[in-house]
Design a protein around this ligand. Structure first.
Ligand code: NAD
Length: 270
């Protein structure tokens, strides 16, 4: 049985993960990580024997095979600063989005002694979409086809644009041989001037209970292609993260991608 520590266990994704693990014979949650570690009874209701703070989780991590993190950027940072030694020789699956550059650097270092998989999106559909977007961008003339990405999520999401929208934008710029930082345009307002060719626009819609919609538009003078994905249930991401945990348990240190787990070419990272 593969033993898991879930960071963000009290959250929407943490709960979706704990529920799926409860129905799986080959997995168990040995502990959770979240704010305000609570009474044992509450922890058990959440599907784990105990809850720890992100900064003080080294003890429970040492006893686990895989840490799965769907929390918040500062929690991920604390996990990496407080438990770097405990994570050595184990595996880490990260779904938290909007990580700071300093956290990304810690992850890169940690990958020298831990098997690390990060994915902006754990669904098969989005990972395939990333490949399709890269191929489509490569096939179309950047001077004639404008790329705009629109994403929608529930109103409680705290980062924008979504990590998935950024992964799609990254794939589009890669397909064009461009650098995303040089062509990215986050939203428009006021006297924007005319749209420069090669720009990649990113737009975030927030509201209600939307789980995750992404559309990549390739717009020419007389026609438009739209490649889109709609997540219908949050357990989709939880299922993908557990597939990643099963796949990565016991692997050598290094960086891995969801595309490898799914056997796809390309895929999301970060
Ligand atoms: P949520 O707000 O419902 O849950 C986050 C949990 O983390 C909460 O229980 C919160 O208490 C805990 N937390 C926050 N800061 C903490 C800290 N400093 N220390 C300890 N615990 C802390 O959010 P969610 O909808 O479950 O999403 C969590 C993350 O996963 C977000 O970054 C989201 O963008 C990302 N996400 C990724 C995917 C994917 O496929 N990669 C899918 C869905 C969500």
């Amino acid at each position: 049985v593969t033993s898991l520590v879930i960071c963000g266990i009290r959250g929407r994704m943490g709960q979706a993960l704990a529920q799926l693990v409860a129905g799986a014979d080959d997995l168990q949650v040995s502990a959770g990580i979240d704010r305000d570690p609570a009474a044992g009874t509450e922890a058990r209701e959440l599907g784990c024997p105990r809850i720890e703070d992100a900064g003080r989780a080294a003890g429970v991590i040492r006893e686990a095979d895989v840490v799965i993190d769907f929390s918040a950027p500062d929690a991920t940072h604390e996990l990496l600063t407080g438990s770097a030694d405990a994570l050595a020789g184990r595996a880490l699956v990260i779904g938290t989005t909007g990580l700071e550059a300093a956290t990304e650097r810690l992850l890169e270092e940690q990958a020298g002694r831990t098997a690390v998989l990060t994915a902006a999106n754990f669904s098969i559909g989005v990972n395939l979409l990333v490949t399709l977007v890269e191929q489509t961008a490569a096939a179309l003339d950047a001077g004639a086809w404008d790329i705009e990405i629109v994403e929608a999520h529930h109103g409680r999401k705290v980062d924008a644009p979504s990590g998935t929208a950024l992964a799609l934008a990254d794939a589009a710029s890669r397909g064009r041989g461009a650098k995303l930082d040089e062509v990215r345009r986050d939203g428009r307002s006021g006297r924007t001037g005319v749209r420069p060719p090669g720009e990649i626009g990113l737009h975030a819609v927030r509201g209600g209970g939307v789980i995750g919609d992404h559309a990549v538009m390739f717009i020419a003078a007389r026609e438009r292609i739209e490649l889109s994905h709609h997540a219908l249930d949050r357990s989709l991401f939880a299922e993908g993260a557990l597939a990643a945990a099963r796949w990565i348990a016991g692997r050598s240190p290094g960086r891995y991608t969801m595309a490898q787990v799914l056997g796809l070419h390309g895929g999301t990272r970060g």
